[in-house]
Design a protein around this ligand. Structure first.
Ligand code: UDP
Length: 432
């Protein structure tokens, strides 16, 4: 049954702008997901206003994301990037600013959609003020990070638990995140909807891979690729240690590793000058100068050429809610060697489109990478299978699911079918 949504949705993404440059600071998958969601909703005729905190005094107060989607930058706190702990103290002021903005325009919303725990804290207040349904996406969870051995953020964890209990619907980016919501936070299955992200090949298509290879002076070198915000949870250190093990073998003398991305907020806070400096020092300590290159953040659209020229993309994350980089690499026909964690186990078909490695042992990563470097035919077969698999993940499906939730919560009486809960395949995955 097709249900329509009438009226705009207020999207609260206090810390992450959908128009932010990806791969640095806090900007990564969550920003892209909000952007694609709003573009897709606009295509379905559902308008959105996305409220973010101004972190740059020069940025305009408003910008269009898509024809029916508007980004609104609210000046709350100093107009510069702030650590997340400081943002948490601005939640009430941000909620008041969104409410004030709505009054100033006499605009009302049919749903409020909170993103990340900070956006959730704001959305909860707006739900209570506006008496509209509240849909919540977390993108990452404090308890999942702590389970992976990263420091526990007790304030965030407690806030997430309260949000999970209070939101009208929860959107998870993977079955793995849905399980975490249930097991780590006690969420009830009936309120969770899984909406896995996708890849937009209209944006991510290679322009001139040969020219890029020349520009980087890669000649006939085989290439390993890492892309992501640089922070400990992304596990780039594991890759460097694995590359050091590989480089001890002469047959891998031609292998070059490209590291794309810059310090994440959490990375910069890691001390000692940031995660990038730490990783560069580690590569230097292994004697990998020239064999590992740190390229900084690359414009999202330009990443396609890097994915396409790489022989293998490596995603050694300690935890990953979904893993867009792994999906994007596959979409460009590149097999992935990744940690067997979180959404990566849904994105990658182990042994078919890449290799999933259990644990964080660099030698296990080195062996998986070596096995693909040693077998060109297998690598090419995997690359072709990866492309097909990636094509099954579409933003259109994610947007359709989320639009269905909006319709369900905003007009609950008219609805008989349930777009929430799991599909049969997802239930099978959970059962397995
Ligand atoms: N990305 C980018 N440029 C970079 C590094 C990353 O555009 O220099 C993008 C990448 O294409 C992906 C996103 O940032 O879409 C990272 O998403 P992922 O789910 O892999 O990680 P997250 O940032 O959500 O932890």
């Amino acid at each position: 049954m097709r249900r329509n949504v009438s009226g705009p949705v207020a999207v609260i993404s206090m810390h992450a702008s959908p128009l932010g440059a990806l791969g640095r600071g806090e900007n990564g998958g969550a920003n892209l997901a909000v952007r694609r969601l709003c573009e897709g909703l606009a295509e379905s005729g559902i308008p959105t206003d996305v409220f973010v905190r101004r972190d740059d005094p020069a940025a305009p107060a408003e910008e269009m994301i898509a024809p029916m989607s508007r980004l609104v930058r609210l000046t709350v706190g100093p107009p510069r990037a702030l650590p997340k702990q400081d943002l948490a103290d601005l939640v009430d002021a941000f909620a008041a600013a969104v409410a004030g903005h709505a009054i100033s325009e006499r605009r009302s919303y049919i749903v409020v959609h909170g993103h990340y725990w900070l956006g959730g804290l704001v959305a909860q207040q707006l739900r209570d003020l506006w008496h509209v349904p509240w849909v919540q996406s977390f993108h990452t969870l404090a308890r999942a990070k702590a389970r992976a051995g990263l420091p526990m953020d007790a304030r965030r964890s407690a806030a997430e638990a309260r949000l999970v209990a209070a939101a009208d619907r929860l959107v998870s980016g993977s079955v793995a995140e849905a399980k975490d919501l249930m097991r780590l936070y006690g969420a009830s299955r009936s309120r969770i909807c899984v909406a896995q992200p996708g890849v937009d090949l209209r944006v991510l298509h290679p322009k001139d891979t040969i020219a890029l290879r020349d520009e980087l002076g890669l000649g006939g070198h085989r290439v390993l690729l890492f892309a992501g915000r640089l922070e400990p949870l992304k596990g780039a250190e594991t890759l460097l240690d694995a590359v050091a093990a590989l480089c001890a073998e002469e047959r891998f003398d031609d292998v070059v590793t490209l590291v794309i991305g810059d310090d994440s907020g959490d990375g910069a806070a890691a001390g000692g000058g940031g995660e990038r400096r730490r990783l560069e020092a580690r590569a230097g300590g292994h004697g990998l100068q020239g064999r590992v290159r740190f390229l900084g953040a690359i414009e999202h659209e330009d990443l396609a050429d890097y994915y396409a020229l790489a022989d293998i993309c490596v995603v050694p994350s300690r935890t990953e809610t979904f893993g867009l980089v792994a999906l994007e690499a596959q979409a460009l026909g590149t097999p992935v060697v990744a940690s067997a964690v979180g959404g990566l186990t849904e994105v990658i078909a182990d042994g078919e489109t890449g290799i999933l490695v259990a644990g964080r042992e660099p030698r296990a990563f080195a062996e998986a990478i070596a096995s693909l470097l040693d077998d060109t035919d297998r690598r090419e077969r995997m690359g072709a299978a990866a492309r097909l698999r990636a094509a099954t993940f579409t933003w259109a499906r994610a947007v359709g699911r989320i639009a269905a939730i909006y319709a369900r919560v905003s007009r609950p009486v008219a609805v008989t079918a349930t777009p929430c809960g799991y599909s049969d395949n997802e239930v099978m995955a959970i059962a397995g």
